[in-house]
Design a protein around this ligand. Structure first.
Ligand code: G1P
Length: 287
């Protein structure tokens, strides 16, 4: 089995009800931070780490994502005619970022089910998983930090971050034996525990390197009481026989699945954007 990570699975079938009414007629993944949709930041992180194939697990309300990563000949023609060459380049390069594959999730049966839907394309290779809400900006792509650890052990790796105890109920939480100041060998994982049941405050963030054995386990993982097949439950099954590692990452993380973090991300990217940053900072100072 190769240990190069060439493929990434990005589940995008979820409804995005936390952002209504903005997501009434558009996917939450297409909400923009300055001038780029959230999903493009994530795809660019994957590509920066050498990933060549992006497998979106999608649903019928997410067609805008397919259009975004496809060519738009009419737009390209018009930009060329008006000599807007920088915009033309920007638009054309999106479809060239990677090979894009779309798989419809048959039913909304949870993250584990979404990932299992990619099994025929994953075949017998290790692969990355990116969750569409989590954006990480750093000089090294966060997924690269996971790939480096994967290539050391040839075992699954999960991104983790310390969160305050009152937030553990929102995340998968791990207990791990530290290997150094940022890496752990995982002893156990629990999905969204109550604060008094959490084994630590190390929360799973939406970046994983998984091995193809997880697909077999997912097929046999029962749904939880909400009818969802949890990836965390499959990983818990996996560690009964083999190790899983976790690593903290060095970039700045935003959970774009909640409004406050989404707005923090918008301000963060606006403060870095060459076209608007000067004026934007002046404006922020006036608030
Ligand atoms: C999922 C995972 C959870 C993880 C979280 C990170 O939950 O199940 O373990 O901590 O993503 O964003 P979700 O946020 O999809 O409910």
């Amino acid at each position: 089995m190769t240990n190069k990570i060439r493929k990434a699975v990005i589940p995008v079938a979820g409804l995005g009800t936390r952002f209504l009414p903005a997501t009434k007629a558009q996917p939450k993944e297409m909400l923009t931070l300055v001038d780029k949709p959230v999903i493009q930041y994530i795809v660019e992180e994957a590509v920066a780490a050498g990933i060549e194939q992006i497998i979106f697990i999608t649903s019928q309300t997410k067609r805008a994502i397919e259009d975004h990563f496809d060519r738009n000949f009419e737009l390209e023609y018009n930009l060329a005619k008006k000599n807007k060459l920088a915009d033309l380049e920007e638009v054309k390069k999106i479809s060239q970022l990677a090979d894009f594959i779309y798989i419809r999730q048959e039913a909304p049966l949870g993250l584990g089910h979404a990932i299992a839907s990619a099994a025929p394309i994953i075949d017998n290779e290790p692969f990355a998983v990116f969750l569409g809400d989590d954006i990480v900006d750093g000089s090294t792509p966060a997924i690269q930090e996971l790939i480096d650890l994967y290539q050391q052990y040839n075992k699954p790796v999960i991104a983790v971050k310390e969160v305050s105890p009152e937030l553990v109920f929102k995340y998968g939480i791990i207990d791990g034996t530290p290997l150094n100041e940022k890496c752990y060998q995982i002893n156990t994982l629990v999905e969204k525990p109550a604060v008094n049941k959490a084994p630590s405050n190390l929360a799973i963030i939406g970046r994983y390197i998984l091995t193809p054995e997880i697909m077999e386990i997912l097929k046999n993982t029962p749904a939880n009481i909400d009818g969802e097949i949890q990836l965390t439950d499959a990983l818990l099954e996996y560690i009964k026989t083999k190790e899983i590692y976790a690593t903290k990452f060095s970039g700045q993380h935003f959970d774009c699945g909640n409004k406050l973090d989404f707005m923090k991300a918008a301000v963060y990217y606006a403060s870095k954007h060459p076209e608007i940053r000067e004026e934007f900072k002046k404006f922020i100072d006036t608030l």
